[in-house]
Write a protein that binds this ligand. Sequence first.
Ligand SMILES: [Zn+2]
Length: 302
Amino acid sequence: MGTYNIHAGHCPQGQGANGASGFLMESVEDRKVKDRVISVLRKAGHTVYDCTDDSNCTVGQNLRRIVDKCNAHAVDLDVSIHLNAGGGTGVEVWCYSDKAADIASNICDNVSNALDIRSRGVKYTQGLYVLKNTKAPALLVECCFVDNQNDYNHWNAEKCGDAIASAIAGKKIQGSGAAAPAPKPASPTVKPNAAFDLEGWVRRLQAECNRQGFSDQTVDGVPGPKTLAGCPTLKRGASGNITKLLQERLNSLGYHCGVDGDYGKAPFHETYDAIIKYQTDTSLVPDAIVGPKTWSKLLRLS
Ligand SMILES: [Zn+2]
């Protein structure tokens, strides 16, 4: 059994020095990954210290507190969890020396295989404060890029945590290439509501599109070309009754979001998230824009 220090980088979201943000917020996701790694390793019988600094502070204070927490324990390995930004794609692991090179390389392989994203490999630096100042062998994982659409589409904090924990515990995860499983399945959390009144929903949508002047169609609950043509394109910033109907439909299909009639403006709003997931699962372009192709699927016309 091993003894490990694990921490997530940066301050908590909204407090002090946050991590990167894009489609994902680093300070939010890195904590999810960290929690998962810790719980998996503890369940397997390892001793793990959480050295995350959850106080509101500056970058310098945050780094010093993390190092102090790490150096308070004699461990086999210090692991720092981050998400990357700046226009790349994939997972990479930074090491101070080659002491933890095998584990670093296994983390790259496991995360790349588990999330089906690129492995950028193991890199070395003497410039990272935490790696430089911790006493035990240390490595820093950049799980994926918060501002890359492909990484975002493949992102799953729990899977990533499992992959990292396996690598630390000396296990390898096989890539999808070897086992050749079925094409990408829908997210496991997606459970459609069989009791949803689709006809009633179509009826209300038709009536609302007529009321707002987008269409002049028969309100019969039967979707057709006129229904589709009457559905306005919805994207970030949209709000109102049609957005609310869209949210209702997404929920009925198992893509959970609030039914508040507000699409939201931020790129990580839950409605945005639900649409991206739905588009990805139905092989549409995941652009978060609900145009004719997405409406057509929602109306069961294609
Ligand atoms: Zn970071």
